[in-house]
Design a protein around this ligand. Structure first.
Ligand SMILES: O=C(O)c1ccccc1NCC(=O)[C@H](O)[C@H](O)COP(=O)(O)O
Length: 195
């Protein structure tokens, strides 16, 4: 089970996520209480070993802005969240980074349909910690895809059984307050997702 811990902003939490076995960490570079600047994202990304995918998360920014921020941060992947057109993914291909498309369940759920490498199927509101009907996507996405939206250490097993994803992605469910991550919750989430 591939696990992405998203919205990290403190070195301590990057270290905990890595040590607990996260496959990817998300650094939010769009409007959010979790937002980090490209230079802060670079500091955080530098703490992750090469086997952990560092993901810059964007939503609605022009593609040139995404390109510059991703390069400045030195991340290994770009996540375009929401209704980015196919052309945005095409325009970023030459960066040579892993491209991640994050959408709600009413979108095209074929991984690679927009030339992305990885798909995230999320709740309608990104990063809001809102559980949704995970059973609705069971068997629908193709290829490698992550389930997101309202997951936490207590419900992630049930969500995996409901949707049968290749991986999971969490943000609010490993926080003690909006935008404030918690080391114990990060560890519990990873244990529960892999149990
Ligand atoms: O986390 C945010 O604040 C955010 C803001 C705008 C676009 C995307 C954002 N997060 C992206 C993620 O990949 C989250 O992990 C995903 O939406 C799940 O969030 P949650 O329901 O809080 O676990």
């Amino acid at each position: 089970m591939f696990v992405k811990i998203c919205g990290l902003s403190e070195p301590e939490h990057v270290e905990v996520a890595v040590e607990a076995g996260a496959d990817a960490i998300g650094l939010v570079m769009t409007a959010s209480p979790r937002r980090v600047t490209p230079s802060r994202a670079a500091e955080l990304a530098a703490l992750a070993p090469s086997h952990v995918l560092t993901v810059g998360v964007f939503m609605g920014e022009p593609v040139e802005e995404v390109r510059q921020a991703a390069q400045a941060a030195g991340v290994g992947a770009v996540q375009l969240h929401g209704r980015h057109p196919h052309a945005d993914f095409t325009a970023l291909k030459d960066l040579g980074l892993t491209l991640v498309r994050a959408v709600a369940a009413d979108a095209d759920l074929r991984t690679g349909a927009f030339d992305e490498d990885l798909l995230i199927v999320d709740a309608p509101r990104a990063g809001a910690g809102e559980p949704w009907d995970w059973t609705a996507v069971r068997g629908r996405p193709s290829g490698n895809w992550l389930l997101a939206g309202g997951l936490d250490p207590g419900n992630v097993r049930q969500a995996i059984e409901a949707a049968r994803p290749w991986g999971v992605d969490v943000s609010s469910g490993v926080e003690v307050a909006r935008g404030v991550k918690d080391s114990a919750l990060i560890r519990s989430f990873l244990r529960a997702a892999r149990s």
